[in-house]
Design a protein. Structure first.
Length: 321
């Protein structure tokens, strides 16, 4: 059985090939039930989560991702350095025999497929000449988003905001070291941004509809639970709303679920999902001045697509099921 660490997993998930792998998966589909989420009480922090995300393609591959989300990890633990909030592993198996094929670094796989899904959507929804990115959040997903957007769009500016300024500064230095035009933003102010991407664990709106300029594309990656949100209902109502999957968004996406509960929108406000965009059933952005919003909660098919790509890249010559 193949074991890949974070570096090797990343090496076999280059942005261009990952984009194509996700596009193919959304075009063809797979079996992927809504993820299981179980509450994990924490001693001195907000509630944690255990997520189980299975997916399979008949006679080919099966996979399952096991994810722990522990918000309290971000705090300094005495003399120990703070831990990242999310830890995960991915098990890929032969779809016909059930034989385990690979265990992949789930964090790296998640970060990259999440960012790639956002940029895949942005290819349909953002203006092609977008040059300014405002990034809310400074964790691993935020880093992946910055790198993925820079690979797809002609960015001249990446502004990074975080509730922890030192974390935003650290990410900005890292990205600048990679040659990207990154700098710290003092406030989560979307003024001047062509694309706004949020990857936080916020439970209260960071972005408000009145603040978003015409033509902006908003990408909401956090708020994977109904009680979390990164935008107010006015923004969701004002924008053309797109999601990764309709069942997932209506069950789990806090920004969408709360906007519906507040009466700002109904389920029909969702213009299309990534299946419809990738299959050409919806054109995406229709006008330069349109405000577009993509809300993702994650789909297990994205993990499966990324895992297959990484496995077949790391084990060349291995017959595919």
């Amino acid at each position: 059985m193949l074991l890949t660490d974070a570096a090797e997993t990343a090496r076999h998930l280059p942005w261009d090939r990952l984009d194509e792998a996700l596009r193919r998966m959304f075009e063809t589909g797979c079996d992927a039930p809504l993820r299981h989420r179980h509450a994990l009480p924490q001693k001195e922090a907000a509630e944690g989560s255990l997520l189980l995300m299975p997916a399979w393609q008949a006679h080919r591959y099966t996979g399952v991702k096991i994810v722990h989300v522990n918000p309290g990890n971000a705090r300094q633990q005495g003399e120990r350095p703070a831990l990242q909030a999310v830890h995960s592993v991915y098990l890929l198996s032969h779809g016909e025999t059930g034989q385990p094929l690979a265990i992949l670094d789930g964090g790296t796989l998640t970060d990259r497929r999440t960012a790639a899904a956002s940029v895949l959507a942005a290819g349909f929804l953002a203006r092609p000449d977008s040059r300014s990115l405002l990034l809310l959040g400074s964790g691993k997903v935020a880093q992946a988003l910055a790198e993925a957007y820079a690979a797809r769009f002609p960015l001249r500016e990446i502004r990074i905001w975080s509730r922890r300024p030192e974390s935003a500064a650290r990410l900005a230095r890292h990205l600048a070291g990679e040659g990207l035009p990154a700098k710290v933003a003092e406030r989560p102010d979307p003024a001047g941004a062509d694309i706004v991407s949020a990857a936080t664990l916020s439970a209260a709106p960071l972005l408000r509809g009145a603040e978003i300029a015409p033509g902006t594309h908003v990408d909401l990656v956090g708020a994977f639970r109904p009680d979390m949100r990164e935008s107010d209902a006015a923004l969701v109502a004002r924008a053309s709303l797109f999601v990764d999957t309709r069942p997932g968004a209506l069950a789990e996406a806090g920004d969408v679920v709360q906007a519906i509960a507040e009466g700002a929108i109904g389920p029909e406000h969702i213009a299309a999902d990534l299946f419809e965009l990738c299959r050409g059933e919806h054109p995406g952005r229709r006008a330069a001045g349109e405000i577009t919003l993509f809300k993702s909660v994650g789909w297990a098919g994205e993990d499966l697509a990324a895992a297959i790509l990484a496995y077949e890249g790391a084990a060349p010559g291995t017959p595919a099921p």
